[in-house]
Design a protein around this ligand. Sequence first.
Ligand code: ARG
Length: 250
Amino acid sequence: MKRTPFSFLATALLAGLMFNTSAQAAKTYQVATDAAYAPFESLNEKKEAVGFDMDIMQAIAAKGGFQVKFINTPWEGIFASLNTGDRDMVISAVTITPERKQSMDFSEPYFEAKQLIAVGQSSKVTKLADLKGKKVGVQTGTTGDEVAQKLLGKTSPNIKRFESTPLAIKELQNGGIDAVIADNGVVINFVANNPSAKLKTIDDATFAKEYYGIAVKKGNKALVEQLNKGIAAIKADGTYDKIYKKYFGK
Ligand code: ARG
């Protein structure tokens, strides 16, 4: 093809235009979530992640002028995906803990939670200590796992670890274990929505307050700042309350 001064100019203009639009296009962040933790994150019929965390993240993204793509990611290895660069953030009802803070950074807290025990309706368990000598199901590496370890010992064979919380609950329903320890919101949601499972919830005075944060790769101060600005903005303008009401009522 013959290059005329005109075609050269046209190409240059076109390239400039393309460069310009791509520079202006909103950045898309890859967001990991273990979407088996309703009402915080679960998969809809189209296999898209939906829930409180997704709504919160989308609202923060809208404030910050960026886009997010949720990627269902197994809990085991979810934090490692930050270091490999496969994911930019984790929003997955993640409790901010001192240990986790050593290997990743967190946004400001966006939700308060604590542990709760699920047992069969006829169970005699009334407090955490009653689970001594019983088989306790947890999702591996969660704060529920930590609570079980504190009670039963790190290597206790009575701690039954599952790769997801629904799997632990299923085993409880099957009678393979005596209790499940998981986040209050999730346990309450399951018990309320599955009356045929015949489960009840048990609180314990020793369960400490936990706070969910959005995790990013350690050192990514710019992203943490962006998230914190977004969290503050959606709290200030009523968006947060609206989302909260949608999932938790008052
Ligand atoms: N909050 C608990 C923790 O951080 C459990 C989170 C589990 N989240 C999930 N999407 N499975 O350990």
